[in-house]
Design a protein around this ligand. Structure first.
Ligand code: FES
Length: 296
């Protein structure tokens, strides 16, 4: 019997021999993880700098609220593309391995770890907690892991030679799916964040002349608002070098990036005054409307 026949035969027999509860969990988690990978693979902006769905922009948004701290995210943001690829291919691999019963313990542990990381990164402050799906997925993966343990009378992370071949097949399939996804990007999936509505940022009275305010755009990206004698203006806080989050230094009156030291002058259209960045920070359109400063 060929390797591929063997591969699919053992996958299908695994379904027949399991309890209904295990099969339901396995089906739901496997399909959901493949769908999550596909969602990223078919999103033309996920690996494109400057897009609202760019992984680096998402990481910047997480850095402002996660208990892991901005330092961790700044390191990840420096390697945004690699992080994005790893997450995308990893989701495909976990989903496929779960459905095809390849290294199931390892796949379940990876799914559990990914859900926990997502909870810490993006939904830690969601209240009440049950509105955050990451916690529910972490519990589902943990239950699935324990069911596998009971079925197998113990954990097994060991990789036999045949197991290594199967993992290689899953890896190949995952990379192929990640590559194919870009041919299925929906035309209509354009930057809806550009259609930002008039969102209130802060009451004008609470923003004194000379003061600044950090705020978050609709897509979760951080931005900084300035008020001067002549009015208000704002810039994206995402560094144009490699996407770390810049901070305003009121003493020096510059916006500085903690990753490689680029500095931007907010009074000169946020142009870089110290490299390595060569492009100015993105301008964010804001205006005064009645008693409020709003996004326009
Ligand atoms: S990311 Fe390199 S200077 Fe900002």
């Amino acid at each position: 019997m060929s390797h591929s026949q063997n591969f699919f035969r053992s996958a299908s027999s695994s379904w027949r021999s399991q309890s209904a509860g295990l099969r339901i969990l396995r089906l739901w988690l496997g399909i959901t993880w493949i769908y999550a990978g596909w969602d990223k693979a078919s999103d033309g902006g996920f690996l494109s700098r400057g897009s609202s769905t760019f992984i680096g922009t998402q990481l910047s948004g997480y850095s402002t609220q996660s208990p892991l701290g901005a330092g961790v995210f700044n390191k990840l943001i420096e390697h945004s593309i690699q992080v994005g690829l790893l997450v995308m291919v990893g989701e495909f691999a976990i989903g496929l391995a779960t459905l095809l019963w390849v290294a199931p313990t390892l796949a379940a542990f990876a799914g559990f770890s990914m859900s926990l990381s997502l909870w810490l990164a993006s939904s830690f402050h969601v209240s009440p907690y049950f509105l955050a799906s990451d916690t529910a997925y972490a519990v589902l993966w943990l239950s699935y892991l324990l069911l596998i343990k009971n079925n197998r009378k113990g954990f097994s992370m060991s990789l036999e030679r045949r197991g290594v071949m199967r993992i290689a097949i899953i890896g190949g399939l995952s990379v192929a799916l990640a590559g194919v996804g870009k041919f299925f990007t929906p035309k209509a999936m354009q930057d809806s964040a550009n259609a930002a509505t008039s969102t209130k940022i802060v009451k004008l009275a609470s923003l004194k002349v000379g003061a600044t305010k950090n705020f978050v755009l609709a897509d979760g990206a951080p931005a900084i608002l300035f008020r001067t004698k002549t009015g208000v203006f704002a810039y994206s806080a995402i560094c144009t070098h490699q996407g770390c989050t810049v901070a305003y230094d009121p003493a020096k009156k510059i916006m500085k990036c903690p990753c490689h030291g680029a500095e931007f002058d907010p009074l000169k259209s946020a142009k870089p005054v110290v490299g390595p960045a060569i492009n100015p920070l993105g301008a964010v359109k804001v205006a005064i409307s009645g008693a409020w400063v709003i996004l326009t």
